[in-house]
Design a protein around this ligand. Structure first.
Ligand code: KIV
Length: 421
């Protein structure tokens, strides 16, 4: 492998140099291949992880958390192949190279494994974590708070001493941790060389205004925080992961940890597509923040992750569900035919979605005359008003019995009602 770097790089890693100093730039840290892979049944082979990593780079994510190398020799191999294969090759349109990150607990064995896996990348990162909530320290770690601080400080310094220029630290279960204790441990790991401080709402417990305050308080009260990037990592146990992530960004977090399709432990993580499109769609209200994601690759990325993880999204999933850009009720279809902005806040082109028909109209029992008539035009049939009256009566009978009326149903009905002698 490549020799380990002799000198330590500047504290702030150089993801995309032209953007890094812009305070409105929000880094997207994708953990589909680590936390996402922790979804029951979502294990991917090394080859599948590599294919997904290449797609994430094309999408423009700033950091790819490629796995948890100490968890198995296979995962170490997978992370290393990603670091070697695409960590050195510009993939984005602006010559962008993502940071390749490996997770580790706060112990030397994990950190060594993470470094062995990521050190081949042009921009390697080790992400190390230890729990800081009372319940985790007492029952899971069986350690005192001061022991936890000492371990965190020592392990961050150890990761830096290996030559890793970029070390992220997470106080696990920060959402339920004592505030003063958080300020203290974060101050210590910054002094030890942590470049990013990730604040996980590990059990998805906080409400958006609480999480916003947590990030604001950390920013205001942690000595040395100006030398590091604050990050969010929100789980979705109460369905609030996206809202909490945006609230954290509003309070000053400039790295957001997300997964494609929101996959992850239990109810999953904040979903990349929701967070990115909310920032894009409501940029002004969010204080002008923006990401480096090329949203046109969202649909393909979602499909690829569904395919390789085996986890399929529900039809009404925001942004990438099959129904997210489909319109069924007569009133909505009529509105869409008059002006697409009536019922769509995002253009499907923006996420790289080509719909079967321009207006996203799905015919069913709630569809009105306007939509059904335009479907006939789209299929190339010109019929008189009188013929349409007869046709529409037949249409309603068919639609009552079916969830969706297909082009084939329409053509069968035309042949029964109109084309019979
Ligand atoms: O949910 C969590 O706390 C995590 C950390 C390792 C960031 O996944």
């Amino acid at each position: 492998g490549r020799p380990v770097r002799a000198s330590l790089a500047p504290r702030r890693p150089e993801y995309v140099p032209s953007r890094i100093d812009d305070p409105n730039y929000v880094r997207i840290f994708d953990t589909t291949l680590r936390d996402g892979e922790q979804s029951p049944g979502a294990t991917m082979t090394s080859t599948e992880k590599l294919v997904v990593a290449r797609q994430l780079a094309r999408l423009g994510v700033d950091i790819i958390e490629a796995g948890f190398p100490a968890s198995s020799p296979d995962d170490l191999d997978a992370v290393r192949s990603i670091a070697i294969d695409m960590g050195n090759t510009p993939v984005g349109e602006d010559g962008h190279v993502p940071v390749i990150c490996g997770l580790s607990r706060c112990n030397k064995r994990d950190i060594d494994a993470a470094w062995e896996a990521v050190r081949h990348a042009r921009l390697p990162r080790i992400h190390t974590f230890i729990a800081t909530s009372e319940i985790h320290m007492q029952h899971k770690l069986r350690k005192t708070p001061e022991q936890v601080v000492a371990i965190a400080r020592e392990m961050v310094a150890y990761a830096r001493s290996l030559g890793c220029p970029d070390v992220e630290f997470s106080p696990e279960d920060a959402g339920r941790s004592n505030r003063e204790f958080l300020y203290h441990i974060l101050e210590e790991v910054i002094k030890a060389g942590a470049t990013t401080l990730n604040i996980p709402d590990t059990v998805g417990y906080t409400l958006p205004y609480e999480f916003r305050k947590l990030i604001a308080d950390i920013k205001a009260n942690t000595p040395g925080i100006e030398n590091a990037i604050i990050s969010t990592h929100c789980q979705n146990d109460l369905g609030l992961a996206t809202a909490n992530t945006l609230a954290g960004a509003r309070a000053g977090a400039r790295q957001l940890e997300v997964t494609i399709n929101g996959i992850g432990e239990r109810a999953g993580n904040a979903s990349l597509e929701e967070v990115v499109m909310a920032i894009k769609c409501r940029r002004e209200l969010l204080g002008g923040m923006y990401t480096g994601i090329n949203s046109q690759h969202i649909t393909m990325s979602s499909k690829m992750v569904q395919e390789h993880s085996g986890l399929h999204v529900q039809p009404h999933k925001a942004i990438v569900g099959a129904n997210a850009f489909a319109h069924e009720s007569g009133i909505h279809q009529d509105g869409m035919l008059k002006h697409k902005g009536t019922y769509e806040i995002i253009s499907p082109d923006d996420i790289g979605l080509t719909r079967a028909n321009e207006f996203g109209i799905v015919l069913g029992k709630l569809s009105g005359r306007h939509a059904v008539r335009s479907k006939l035009v789209e299929l190339g049939y010109e019929i008189t008003d009188k013929e349409f009256q007869d046709f529409f009566k037949g249409y309603k009978e068919v639609a009552e019995k079916k969830k969706r009326v297909t082009d084939e149903d329409i053509e069968a009905l035309l042949s029964d009602v109109i084309f019979q002698p």
